[in-house]
Design a protein around this ligand. Structure first.
Ligand code: HEC
Length: 160
């Protein structure tokens, strides 16, 4: 009797989840790739790392994977890209004023040095986006030079 009941509950749970899944498909997330305003200017080696590891979430050149069509994963993926672009967007980078760029380069330096970016949930699947220590160092040095924090330190020690 209890076994029967358990079977029934299980059956209706599976059916319920399936119905939910089907209904969810009627609420697609908007997968957009707006026009590129002006792409960031960076040395070729730095740029290729950015493209490989960051552009899916921080540019208008997102390579949307097939599962980004399937709810509820689609909602999660699109949310990441929208948040990512909202914070930092290499596709309109030259429109930021100098101070904004400096600030963002500092953020990039920290996120990359602390291994916060690219997101682990992303690199688990996108193995080619993983950064070697060498890649990280290149990005950090580039961001440091651009934000002025590196060169400031030098000029200070030179002049005293
Ligand atoms: C899978 C998507 C994804 C990838 C790939 C990714 N990011 Fe992010 N990034 C996000 C999201 C989402 C946020 C905002 C929320 C958060 O901080 O977790 C963010 C935030 C940031 C911030 C913080 C901006 C601020 O205003 O503080 C920086 C800097 C950053 N990312 C740099 C990078 C760099 C550099 C790379 C590549 C090495 C990268 N990200 C790769 C999704 C991503």
């Amino acid at each position: 009797m209890t076994k029967e009941l358990l079977k029934k509950i299980l059956k209706w749970t599976v059916i319920g989840l399936f119905v939910l899944f089907v209904v969810a498909q009627f609420f697609p997330a908007a997968r957009t790739n707006p026009e590129i305003v002006r792409d960031i200017d960076a040395p070729e080696d730095v740029k290729s790392i950015l493209r490989r590891a960051c552009y899916d979430c921080h540019s208008h050149e997102t390579a949307w994977p097939w599962y980004s069509r399937v709810a509820p994963i689609s909602w999660w993926v699109v949310d990441h890209v929208e948040h990512g672009r909202g914070d930092l967007n290499f596709s309109d980078w030259p429109l930021l004023d100098f101070e904004e760029q400096e600030h963002m380069l500092e953020e990039i330096e920290h996120e990359v040095a602390d291994r916060e970016m690219p997101l682990t949930s992303y690199t688990l699947i996108h193995r080619s986006a993983r950064l070697s220590d060498d890649d990280r160092q290149k990005l950090v040095e580039w961001a440091e030079a651009g934000s002025g924090s590196g060169s400031d330190d030098h000029s200070d020690s030179d002049s005293h």
